[in-house]
Write a protein that binds this ligand. Structure first.
Ligand SMILES: [Zn+2]
Length: 269
């Protein structure tokens, strides 16, 4: 996925206020103009969008090209209007906290082509990694935050939307994890450590663990962390061990599919 900058001119007319964003997630849109191009939609923003002053951070095109219209430090004008009373309060804050991605589509059903969908997945995964968004909880349809029928295909087929978010999650898990590594999060800091999976139990070396936890750690990852007052949980989908000293996580441990994590003592790994 290659991103090309075609930033909008500063000014409310062009949908670019320059106001700082406090990002909490991503809102996915469809352009609702079958066959229109990414650059065409960008120019529509630039030329004042029929007096509406709307915009988005990115537009994903019919060939999978990605255009950046607004830097990720600023707000875009893409989800500020409520489409039913239920969304009035939510709509007021949407643009302050959400990135907007417009997506081009060939037909009136709003379904994204394979290449367009792939670029959208990669863009969402990249943004989730950089901003520490949870792809399941922090990516929304325009419909979910304003009630608008957008993107129409995902509104009509909720299972396709669910799959899209799961695909982002898988892409993140793959793209951030080289082979033979697991994610280890300690007090909110992410590490990737070498580990070997044997029958569902993860083994790492003392040398690897001491890099993360300090010297003199000779037991398994879980027991080392627990001995140091951490609560430990394991997320199979993300291949992530999460350790935190907060009490909040303790309730999750029982529910999650926990596995024991041991150091492979005395072996050559
Ligand atoms: Zn929309």
């Amino acid at each position: 996925m290659k991103i090309t900058d075609a930033l909008l001119t500063m000014g409310a007319f062009h949908g670019r206020t320059g106001r700082a964003i406090k990002p909490e997630g991503i809102v996915v849109h469809y352009v609702a103009n079958p066959g229109s191009s990414a650059i065409g939609n960008r120019n529509y923003f630039e030329n004042g969008s029929n007096g509406n002053g709307v915009s988005s951070h990115y537009i994903v095109g019919l060939q999978g090209e990605v255009i950046r219209c607004i830097p990720e430090t600023e707000v875009a004008m893409h989800a500020g209007a409520a489409y039913s009373n239920a969304y009035l309060e939510q709509a007021k804050k949407n643009n302050s906290i959400f990135y907007g991605i417009e997506t081009c589509h060939p037909g009136s059903d709003g379904k994204f082509s394979e290449v367009t969908n792939q670029s959208l997945l990669e863009l969402c995964a990249d943004m989730c990694i950089r901003h520490k968004f949870d792809p399941i909880k922090n990516i929304y349809t325009h419909n979910e935050v304003t009630g608008k029928n957008c993107p129409a295909y995902f509104v009509k087929y909720p299972e396709a939307w669910k799959k899209f978010k799961n695909d982002v999650q898988s892409l993140i898990a793959k793209s951030v994890l080289p082979a033979g590594m697991v994610n280890l999060t300690v007090d909110g800091i992410n590490y990737q450590i070498e580990a070997t999976n044997k029958d569902g139990t993860f083994y790492s070396t003392l040398q690897t663990l001491t890099k993360v936890l300090g010297p003199n750690q000779s037991a398994g990852i879980r027991s080392v962390l627990e001995a140091n007052g951490y609560s430990v949980s394991w997320n199979q989908d993300l291949y992530r061990i999460t350790a935190a000293k907060s009490t909040a996580i303790e309730a999750q441990i029982e529910k999650e599919n926990s596995v024991d994590v041991h150091i492979c003592e005395g072996c050559d790994e």
